[in-house]
Write a protein that binds this ligand. Sequence first.
Ligand code: SF4
Length: 815
Amino acid sequence: MCAAEKGRLHGNGKLNPVISRRSFLKWSAIAGGSIALTGCNLTGGANSKTATNLARTSGEKELIVPTSCIHNCGGRCLLKAHVKDGVIVRLSTDDQGPDTFEVPQVRACQRGRSQLKRLYHPDRLKYPMKRVGERGEGKFVRISWDEALDTIAQKMKEIKARYGNEAFYYVYASGTIGATLYNCYAEFPTCGGPLQRLLNLFGGYLNYYGNYSAAQYYYVVPMMFGALGGNSPKDLRHARLIVLWGHNPVETKLAGAGGAWYLQQAKKAGAKIIVIDPRYSDTVGSLADEWIPIRPGTDMALVSAIAYVLIEEGLYDQEFLNRYTVGFDEEHMPPGYPPQECYKNYILGKQDGQPKTPEWAEPITRIPANRIRQLAREMARIKPMTILQGWGMQRRAYGEQIVRGIPVLAAMTGNGGKPGSGPGLDMISPPMPMGVYPTGNNPVKATISFFTFTDAIIRGTEMGPQDGVVGVERLSSNIKFIWNYAGNALINQHANTKRTHEILRDPNKVEFIVVHDLFMTPSARYADILLPDTHHFERNDIATSTWAHIAGIGYAIFMNKVIEPPYECRNMLDICTELARRLGLEKEFTEGKSEEDWLREMVNTARQKLPDFPDYEAFKKMGIYKLSPDKEGTGIGFIDFYRDPEHHPLDTPSGKIQIFDPRMYDKGNPKEIPAVPKYIEEWESPWSQEGQKYPLQAIGHHYKHRVHSTFDNISWLEEAAPQVAFLNPLDAGARGIKDGDMVRIFNDRGEIIMPCRVTPRIMPGVVDIPQGAWFMPDVRGTDRRGCINTLTSHRVNPLAFGNAQNTIQVQVEKA
Ligand code: SF4
């Protein structure tokens, strides 16, 4: 039993009766006997037969049913369910095809292969329930589906009448992101699911922009380049030098066709790989020729010092900068803006009197000046070079700066637009032209940053553009109704759990919360009505590489429904159809179409664009369709611009890469939003007041145990990658802490007690608490699981209004 499973017993065990795994499996086996499993038998099963019937008629042989893993990890991988007697007895993955560089297998990682532990987990929610205790207590009683749906529909009508549609919020979630029909993501109009469609028909809801993963990245890259972009993972094989800057694909992008695999191929092809990271990650251990540990939050000091060396030693590519960028030097500034504000002047210290030399950067970054010089020279001389930036360092105070800073180094070294020569961004997958589920338009134009939803609960009507609100001058209502579907950002993944708890627990603030999920997650404990979801093996859907943003190939996977949902679990399409009926919207909502009808439409759309795309029945059987390499494009980001910038300008004010950005200059806040990318000391740092009291920096890396908070309750993964805090022997020794000790990690916002792993794999001065563990407070409010958001701050970044959750100071002591 993992810690999370144990926690269930002293958390909400009373009202979530536990059944044994044995009886659950038995139940599932019985239930499976009456399930229609159509046309998905790779061994030749016919339509409209059940899995169990097929197994029985085939002499109890296993059926192999293609389906998928879909989580927000950057991959979407083929899984094959081996079904016997209506029970999935094991999972395998993509073992078909040639597995070549051009068309690799889309193999699942250890998390995907643990899906059976999620599917048959004894803690699955089984019935609709309503809250009977305080929000957050986790006290619920079972109710009927009719009561649950009637209550929700009634509350929707009441709250709409009292506050209007801006009072409805569909909180950020990513548990089913990447599915085409049951997608929980609500940011874009083209990628939502049934709930988004229902809310749009109901009059709309307060929308959000940005996300917990890459808020600063997604905000700033389109300002700098006019759009998101980058080179394909396949292009890495052409690079001679690859710099993984805060990037850890071996733990986070493990899918068979994903970034880690392509980096291995690039290494085999002779690329030198340097990793810059405060952690000796698995990426360092398995791929790096060199590891450069850096003090968290100081990456822009390193960027600036490298730029200084490139200028000082005449190693930068002036011609490239002139052709593709604006704002590098006084001669290439946008008209009407002071030339002295250019990037080169900042680096040379002409404005602030501080040249950004390696000696200046050394005490900030903890990287020796000589190593910085050497790195700058390598970057200038080894061509082509690709710098891939990870996202952890932009989830920090002033995280916008590093997103802008790394592409400047790429441009200074003449990189971008050629094979192996990246623009300094992340990788981009080839697009997969699948149809989408039509969610319609949201009549509500008001949109907030995803990271300000707790503010919009307590002071929404005071919020306007100064708080990142777009679409309106001021919100007309505070948030009064929340839907949380397949997500744990209601509290667990949001910053400062204590503050969030205080806000959510008060029913006078948010008046009604609906949660639809598989488990009693920390977020589910705040539901007024809690609905049991289906696992994605219990419904049909389609996954595509469009969401697998680190896939080297384009592909689509038919996610066959393998077994029937257990107990009273229901999927979102069913729930929304029932609610639509109660809201008088059924005809508009369903258009008379079933789950299968919508999926058939998506397949037909793909077939119109790709003549070799299989028909619906064939797609169900084959499971995965892989785009042929000749349809992938060049795999080089912004290639038209780099080939001919005059005729194919970027969609930016200058048509070029904006090193100097007039829109930022015009904001008149140069200390926090400088017009050129600068190093800015973080608001919480070793040198700040908090640093005196709480001397260690805490970071929360993405752990191979989980995809964000998904899989935290899976015992196999806990065994393989336990939730521990990583601490350097120097810091541990100074505190009398030994490997395996329980430690107390705390600051003004909260405290955690958890086991400690003492290891030189984390640099001194830093404690690493892998993010995504489920918040498990004891009676004193101390988290006992290791949820880093017990300690994080909800302060937003000044430009992107995104999260800076990796910027925190803490103290650690033996518990
Ligand atoms: S890489 Fe992601 S989608 Fe693929 S199996 Fe692992 S967790 Fe699932």
